[in-house]
Write a protein that binds this ligand. Structure first.
Ligand SMILES: [Ca+2]
Ligand SMILES: [Ca+2]
Ligand SMILES: [Ca+2]
Ligand SMILES: [Ca+2]
Length: 211
């Protein structure tokens, strides 16, 4: 089964929340809350807490704004998450991580973030971690990631153990909320539409003359 088919078959409206009025998140898949993703690594271990394996805890915003609400999804150590958007998005992307305490040094966690346009080939966009992000003073650490280009898929792969040697993390990077900037499709100007209509009319005329 192709990844696209997996996304569509796994699509459930209740599985995620969208912040924008025009819902443009068309799929979400994860190792620990679903059936795997195009980013799946050789091994991963998920949280033993079922609530942390619920991707519905991730609020997704597409207007560049957004805030966490303290419930979250744990990627799992080495685990991945992929969200598909339509229309596409551009940077910056914001991800809000949850720490057990403000800037907890015991639960160091990090994630590599990827972009893709086909859900198969992923490009690394950067890394977020809960030690260098902006702490909101309670539990959320916000990281804003700038990158070039537009993408349809946003991917995450937990790298806590390789990024922080000796971390005590047992369930990897914890995602409270995600925000991207949707790329609004540019409508064709009226003159272009008239031109297209004219070209179409010409073709019809030619077809009539030939017959
Ligand atoms: Ca929530
Ligand atoms: Ca955490
Ligand atoms: Ca965690
Ligand atoms: Ca949340």
């Amino acid at each position: 089964m192709s990844l696209k088919a997996i996304f569509l078959s796994a699509l459930t409206a209740s599985a995620f929340m969208t912040g924008a009025a025009s819902a443009a998140v068309i799929g979400i898949e994860s190792d620990c809350g679903g059936t795997g993703t195009g980013l799946t690594g050789s091994s991963f271990s998920c949280s033993s807490d079922a609530n942390r394996n619920d991707t519905g805890n991730i609020e997704i915003f597409e207007d560049g704004t957004g805030a966490g609400d303290d419930d979250f999804f744990s990627l799992g150590l080495g685990g991945t998450l992929v969200v598909e958007f339509d229309p596409t998005f551009q940077g910056p992307a914001i991800v809000i991580e949850i720490t057990n305490a403000s800037g907890s040094a015991q639960h160091q966690e990090a994630v590599e973030i990827f972009g893709s346009n086909d859900g198969i080939t992923f490009t690394s966009l950067g890394i977020a971690d809960n030690q260098s992000g902006v702490n909101d003073g309670t539990r959320g650490v916000s990281t804003s990631l700038s990158f070039a280009g537009t993408f349809a898929f946003l991917g995450f792969r937990d790298i806590s153990q390789s990024f922080f040697a000796g971390t005590s993390s047992t369930d990897g990077f914890d995602i409270d909320a995600i925000s991207v900037n949707s790329v609004t499709p540019v409508p064709l100007p009226a003159s272009a539409l008239l031109l297209l209509a004219g070209v179409g009319g010409l073709g019809a005329l030619r077809a009539r003359r030939k017959s």
